[in-house]
Design a protein around this ligand. Structure first.
Ligand SMILES: [Zn+2]
Length: 458
């Protein structure tokens, strides 16, 4: 009975300590940070606007900015990720087998009956389950999340800093598991055979709540979020935001450089918490044109309500998933329930089976999930090109992303594994846009260069 008190104290302690530790790490900024870009945009020779501008040649000029060695590393990193998906699934299934056949889940259920409320006890079971799985998968998590990231030169953290983030992540997942299982089992106990339908409704509601609170309560546990630093870049980004109907107070930057040197930006939150965040790597490693292009892409997600649309899409997928899981759950528990000590769907000891079946379902649905997200990403790309009108900045950012995403996949590979357009597709789309807006660069539609005064930008 004692250990659960200790666990809760650890979780609460970790949550309280984490934000102050994070805040302490964020102070080392170069002077003038975020005011002017530290990098100048350099358009490669084959992509310079002119009467004989050619989309394919311009695309190739950008791709050729990377050396064969850089391409090889990028391909190896990304392709290794395909296998990591498979091994992660198998590792997870092995753990579920241990929990069920070893009757660990049944024993954990018996030892977490701390109150006379069965659904709340299921929540306590969820905390124990989250900790158990996190500890058993720790070696694999260290390899994929720390060793491999350092091997490819993408990570910036020491092991102790990484491990603290891991602990905070575990604390968050323990708290979320407590709430999720409490609510889910309260429902499962009441609804009988239709549990899969109610499960999807509750699952979707929980997902929406987590999305809404994440930027306010979860993301700040790992990084420091602040309004954009005063300066030239801030005014350009906020001007772009105003032009697209986005309030300035919904644009933030955060110190991702404490974990990684990847450039990135994102849209997070739901409803009133919706916001756009760009990371400090983007501010320090891209030109003004590149920063504008990336931010315009994120504004596309915001303006096109992609978060809301993805909830609807994933809601449908969740209903199908729950239906498949319920079908398999019934058969497996009828066959092995006695050996596992699992009596039915209202029994929290069956939770590892539900998780394992969902893992298999989403593994098989990988191309569906990725294509759904990739389609939205492509829409945001087009929105961003039109809004920022910075095809070269966007192409250069796409090349930077090649550090962790293979540039030129085959069509099947792209369909299965890509949740964003490939670097090739993005550069090509940007160069296509440029080819059709050569007048912006002082080139007339007849292919004649006109005097610089007539052009709106260099
Ligand atoms: Zn995006």
């Amino acid at each position: 009975m004692r250990w659960h008190v200790l666990t809760f104290a650890l979780i609460v302690g970790a949550i309280c300590i984490a934000p102050s530790a994070v805040a302490g790490a964020a102070n080392a900024r170069p002077a003038g940070f975020g005011q002017v870009a530290q990098v100048k945009l350099q358009v490669p020779e084959g992509a310079v606007a002119g009467p004989d501008f050619n989309v394919d040649r311009a695309t190739r000029a950008y791709l050729d900015l990377l050396t064969p060695e850089q391409r090889r590393r990028s391909d190896a990193y990304f392709e290794g990720g395909y296998w990591i998906r498979l091994w992660t699934l198998l590792y997870g299934l092995a753990i579920a087998a241990v929990l069920l056949f070893g009757r660990v889940a049944a024993r954990l259920r018996d030892r977490t009956r701390w109150t006379r409320f069965p659904a709340l006890n299921a929540g306590f079971f969820g905390v124990g389950y989250a900790i158990f799985v996190a500890v058993l998968t720790l070696p694999w998590t260290i390899y994929t999340g720390f060793i491999r990231e350092h091997h490819y030169g993408l990570a910036t953290q020491t092991f102790s800093a990484w491990f603290r983030d891991w602990g905070v992540g575990l604390a968050v997942s323990a708290v979320l598991s407590l709430i999720a299982l409490w609510v889910l089992y309260a429902v499962f106990r009441r609804v009988g055979q239709s549990w899969w339908l109610w499960g999807s409704v509750v699952g979707l509601m929980l997902l929406a709540v987590v999305m809404a609170v994440a930027p306010v309560y979860i993301a700040p546990l790992f990084n420091n979020y602040q309004p954009l630093p005063q300066g030239h870049i801030r005014s350009r980004i906020l001007s772009l935001a105003r032009a697209n109907g986005i309030p300035a107070e919904n644009v933030y930057w955060f110190d991702a450089s404490r974990q990684t040197n990847r450039i990135s930006a994102n849209v997070s939150g739901l409803g009133p918490t919706t916001r756009i965040s760009l990371n400090d790597n983007l501010l320090t490693r891209q030109s003004e044109e590149g920063i504008e292009a990336v931010m315009a892409h994120e504004m596309g997600h915001y303006v096109l309500h992609h978060a809301f649309r993805l909830i609807i899409d994933f809601g449908l997928l969740l209903v199908i998933g729950f239906a498949c899981v319920a079908w398999a759950f019934r058969r497996l528990v009828a066959r092995f329930g006695g050996r596992w000590g699992v009596s039915g769907v209202a029994d929290p000891a069956g939770w590892p089976l539900i998780v394992a079946l969902f893992a298999v379902f989403f593994f098989l649905m990988t191309p569906m999930v990725n294509t759904t997200i990739r389609t939205a990403e492509q829409e945001a790309d087009y929105f961003g090109l039109n809004a920022a009108q910075q095809p070269d900045g966007f192409a250069m950012a796409a090349i930077s992303l090649a550090e962790y995403r293979k540039l030129e996949p085959g069509p099947v590979e792209r369909f299965i594994f890509y949740d964003h357009p490939s670097g090739y597709d993005r550069v090509h789309a940007a160069m296509q846009w440029k080819a059709e807006h050569l007048a912006n660069y002082g080139v007339t539609s007849e292919g004649q260069a006109v005097s610089p005064e007539a052009g709106s930008s260099p």
